[in-house]
Design a protein around this ligand. Structure first.
Ligand code: SF4
Length: 328
């Protein structure tokens, strides 16, 4: 029987991506190439990394040339990739390797370098030295959970996934196997709309054809934070209503609003016992609607006739408040 690893490797031979830091058929002959690409790929997609990698390697073609460069020079070639601590760590790691006179080849040694965690260590050892390391990131977790139809929440099955992923790893060609499983996750067994018909494991996979395949593995949704505050409908003696322009950076900036805050702004305001609730991406906001009669609100805003309110762009949250105006 053909093993799963063998099927994957065969697929990789034909369909694996050609990437500037990749050679097929074993370890990369130049570990420095793998080192640079692994640092760049932390928190960044392959597509974004490619032009930066090519520019960087032209400027710093050897580990010695990187060590000789100043930090500013390295930063300049990292510009646009973000997360500059990675550039700093790569520079320091290169210095450590050059001082040691050789690339580390054991897990313990690799983990002593700067900016390298468990995942990067496995990936580096597999790709640069063809060591039988199992790379496990979100892509691999997803593939293994689907392959064995592990439908429980991800945080309950991580250990099981790890064991299964290790058993699957090809020990004869771990470098290609690591690249292959990454490519499978990036191009075939994608989070949404996996291409099961094109998958080398479609005869073996217990989730192939399942309608709920996109929900495997199950990810726990974090409960949204709840915030509570007060929104003030302030009317003057002319019956006009008080508005202000939100100028703070971020949420709702540039829109008009009734004064609102998580703290109480006016002690004399009366609580209408009505509320508006709005769910933002990261939190749920409940505003208690307060009313106040005054000609001097003193809240960086201005009074406008109620029938002119529609001329002022407002957020959905404030539009919900407007709806309560009639009865307020
Ligand atoms: S058959 Fe489908 S679900 Fe299973 S590993 Fe392949 S792409 Fe993923």
């Amino acid at each position: 029987m053909i093993s799963l690893a063998h099927k994957l490797l065969k697929w990789y031979d034909e369909h694996g991506r050609d990437l500037p830091w990749r050679v097929k058929g074993g370890a990369h002959p130049n570990p420095y190439v793998i080192l640079v690409s692994e640092f760049m790929l932390q928190q960044t997609t392959v597509k974004t990394v490619i032009p930066y990698f090519e520019r960087f390697m032209k400027r710093f073609p050897t580990i010695e040339s990187l060590v000789q460069a100043t930090q500013e020079d390295v930063y300049q070639y990292w510009q646009g990739l973000g997360y500059y601590t990675r550039a700093k760590s790569l520079h320091q790691t290169a210095q450590m390797i050059v001082s040691a006179g050789k690339f580390p080849q054991t897990r313990d040694e690799v983990l002593k370098l700067k900016g390298i965690g468990a995942y990067t260590a496995s990936s580096f050892l597999a790709l640069a030295f063809n060591q039988p390391e199992t790379v496990i990131d979100g892509n691999v977790m997803r593939i293994i959970a689907r392959l064995y139809a592990l439908t429980s929440p991800l945080d309950e099955i991580q250990e099981l996934i790890r064991e299964k992923a290790q058993k699957l790893t090809d020990t004869k060609c771990p470098a290609d196997y690591a690249s292959a499983i990454m490519d499978l996750g990036a191009t075939i067994c994608t989070p949404k709309n996996p291409q099961c018909l094109l998958c080398p494991w479609h005869d073996d996979c217990l989730s192939c054809g399942r309608e709920d395949v996109e929900n495997i593995p199950q990810r726990k949704k974090l409960p949204k934070k709840e915030k509570v505050g007060f929104v003030y409908l302030i009317k003057n003696t002319k019956g006009e209503i008080y508005l202000r322009l939100r100028t703070e950076k971020g949420l709702l900036s540039g829109l008009y609003e009734f004064p609102w805050s998580e703290e109480k702004l006016f002690n004399k305001a009366k609580n209408t016992q009505k509320q508006v609730v709005h769910v933002f991406t990261h939190f749920k906001l409940t505003l208690n609607i307060m009313v106040l009669q005054t000609d001097n609100a003193n809240c960086d805003g201005f009074f406008v006739p109620i029938d002119k309110l529609s001329a002022y762009p407002m957020s959905t949250l404030m539009k919900k408040v407007v709806k309560t105006l009639e009865s307020a």
